[in-house]
Design a binder for this molecule. Sequence first.
Ligand SMILES: *[C@@H]1O[C@H](CO)[C@@H](O)[C@H](O)[C@H]1NC(C)=O
Ligand SMILES: *[C@@H]1O[C@H](CO)[C@@H](O)[C@H](O)[C@H]1NC(C)=O
Length: 203
Amino acid sequence: MIRIAVLLLFSFAFSVHAQSNDVTVPAVRVVRLQVEYRNASISDLQKIHKWNAIMRNSVLASLKFINKHWLICGGSPSDTPSFSNADCGKAQVTGEIVGGNHYRINVTLIAERDPVKNAKVEATSTVYAVAHIGLKGGIFQYTNALKVLGKPEPKLSFDEAFFCYRGATLVDTDKCRKDRRLRDSPLLDSVETPIPLDNLLAL
Ligand SMILES: *[C@@H]1O[C@H](CO)[C@@H](O)[C@H](O)[C@H]1NC(C)=O
Ligand SMILES: *[C@@H]1O[C@H](CO)[C@@H](O)[C@H](O)[C@H]1NC(C)=O
């Protein structure tokens, strides 16, 4: 009896699947964090050799530190949260002198969906909340060189957007539907095509 039910269930599932050409997968979530420093020593900063590289590495180290506790870094093709994400969701870090003593760091990365999971205990949070805690805890000044930036503004700016890889179209805000003409190619092929960098930075 159970076996028949299971068989029926399978054939039903199969026919539903076969009828539906509109297979959707979750879209890639890209978040942007902005950290403002309104009392930066810009003249000291300009004297630091390879400032941009130091600043980028420091921010990346901060993100990885957060990711040790809260799984925020996304972007693996299989979409499983990753403990050892080498780059934290292909993070792009840019810094700019806004004027006067004002310096701004923009970070964009592919992030996991909220609620994000704790790496060790049964708990959830959001990417914004854990990045904000990281900011307050000073971890965005991971290296000594970043002390020239002074104290960051206590509030982190945050936005997010959803993208699909090539061969798919964004539907319902945060899902990707495979384009029809590509429906015979395995989904994973298109998932591995990287998002053009311009799209990430144009957020
Ligand atoms: C701004 O930075 C200077 C050192 O660069 C420091 O002496 C001063 O206390 C800072 N002011 C604020 C409001 O943080
Ligand atoms: C950082 O983000 C702001 C606000 O969206 C934007 O105006 C600025 O051009 C960005 N800066 C860099 C260096 O990407």
